[in-house]
Design a protein around this ligand. Sequence first.
Ligand code: DQA
Length: 146
Amino acid sequence: MKKILIIQGPNLNMVGIREKGIYGEETAETIEAEIVDYAEQAGFDAQVYQSNHEGDLIDRIHAARNEFDGVIINAGALTHYSYALRDAIACVNKALPFVEVHLSNIHAREEFRHISVIAPVCVGQIAGFGKASYFLAVEALRGILK
Ligand code: DQA
């Protein structure tokens, strides 16, 4: 069975509490359980990793190389400026495809969110569909990993 890792970056543990008008009322735990469920229905073994720390996310990305077949990543605000995270993805993305996701449509928000420094090292980006962004990313990985 193919294994996928769902990486949740800074402040994504606060979904359901933070800016509900943007991110909705459903808690991070509920959404993450639904993503794992969806991925399992799609035939994947799925795990979620959340961290608020850039270095921990980088370590997890490096280690994922030998453990997973694909990664879905919501890097939170690090998306917009973390060259270190981008380089970490670039270290492993030859063997491990990354799909970038966002709950909100980052292109319709503040200008600083319009840039994703990780987009060039990911296969593609899905943004603006709430939790369905993750479901669509599972579908993307299903196509990529078949
Ligand atoms: C986000 C969008 C980012 O701009 C923001 O910093 C987040 C969440 C999203 O899922 O819409 O933390 O990645």
